[in-house]
Design a protein around this ligand. Structure first.
Ligand SMILES: [Fe+2]
Length: 169
């Protein structure tokens, strides 16, 4: 079986900087999904729905594999003195799982919207879109606050983090 796609960290690249960049890209996708939700029912840009449908699943899965294979083990080690770190990382993994299932359903709905299928339930699609991007923003905010705080980052991580994208300290 082919190995699942993930984000590769180039030699000399800092995984935290890579994570921040991936978070930013996901937040941009959330903005696009919000734009689509706001455009319902009469001003939908069908092309944007198709683009979002294509980007959504792979982007979510690739980031999750990277977090679970690279970032979480890093923080499990760094924060091993914190008794709740294992529970926190398990909770985040569970949310990844939920979001991946949700992303699959949403991809279908976005394709239906993009194709202007007559059977689409606009209200349910809007509800699904909002549920997804709100959960995704909350998840990213939690990771930024609990994993990417100044307390958990090393001097090397901070070197790769400019002030404009540093999480709360
Ligand atoms: Fe995550």
């Amino acid at each position: 079986m082919a190995k699942e796609a993930t984000i590769r960290v180039a030699q000399g690249e800092n995984p935290i900087a890579v994570l921040r960049k991936a978070h930013k890209e996901q937040l941009l996708l959330c903005d696009q999904l919000e734009e689509i939700a706001d455009s319902l029912p009469d001003s939908v840009n069908r092309q944007k729905c198709i683009y979002a449908a294509r980007a959504l699943g792979p982007m979510v899965r690739v980031l999750h594999r990277f977090e679970e294979d690279v970032v979480f083990p890093l923080f499990a080690e760094r924060l091993k003195e914190h008794e709740d770190i294992e529970a926190t990382l398990n909770r985040l993994k569970f949310e990844h799982c939920e979001d991946e299932c949700f992303a699959e359903e949403l991809t279908e709905a976005l394709h239906a919207l993009g194709a202007n299928r007559p059977d689409i339930n606009i209200e349910a699609t809007g509800y699904m879109l909002r549920g997804f991007f709100e959960a995704m923003r909350r998840h990213i905010a939690f990771e930024s606050e609990h994993l990417l705080s100044n307390e958990t980052l090393t001097a090397a991580d901070l070197l790769f983090t400019d002030d404009t994208d540093r999480g709360p300290s």
